[in-house]
Design a protein around this ligand. Structure first.
Ligand code: SF4
Length: 151
């Protein structure tokens, strides 16, 4: 793949992570989860909510998925990992600069972030997950009971 010097590395990583998250068949947990987590992190970085800590987490994903570390059964995960590892090795300064510039108030944060989910159409949701629906501990008035009346 050839990019000219004006192409933002964060956009390259977004395209790459999006492709591999979509292509993962899901059999191997490190590939299924790793490609999705990498995409979610890049989406968040692109949205101006990245932290420098995210680059370490991306590196951890890149080192943990694939046949080379021995955690998956095909090479797709290695294909997903190499762009991440190469971007971090060659263009970490550009990524750090992007994060500092787009998230001046939060780039140094290290606390966990809220979970995000991915729609079937690959659009990342940025809202926190909804709390679980309240359950009646006695089992009364559930949806199946609606309309039933005692004689
Ligand atoms: S490594 Fe290959 S087999 Fe495993 S989940 Fe990824 S695409 Fe599927």
């Amino acid at each position: 793949m050839v990019l000219d010097e004006t192409y933002p590395i964060v956009d390259f990583l977004h395209n790459s992570c999006r492709f591999f998250a979509h292509e993962s068949c899901g059999q191997c947990t490190p590939c299924r989860e790793g490609t999705r987590w990498a995409l979610e992190m890049i989406e968040r970085i692109k949205a101006g909510r990245g932290r420098l800590r995210d680059l370490d987490l991306l590196a951890e994903i890149g080192d943990s998925i694939g046949i080379l570390p021995g955690t998956t059964i095909c090479g797709l995960a290695d294909g997903a990992a190499w762009p991440i590892k190469t971007a971090l090795a060659k263009f970490r300064d550009e990524l750090e600069d992007y994060i500092r510039r787009t998230n001046p108030a939060g780039y140094a944060a290290t606390d966990p972030v809220l979970a995000m989910g991915i729609h079937a159409d690959d659009r990342v949701l940025r809202a926190p997950l909804a709390p679980p629906a309240e359950v009646d501990p006695c089992g009364a008035a559930g949806p199946r009971d609606a309309g039933l009346q005692m004689a």
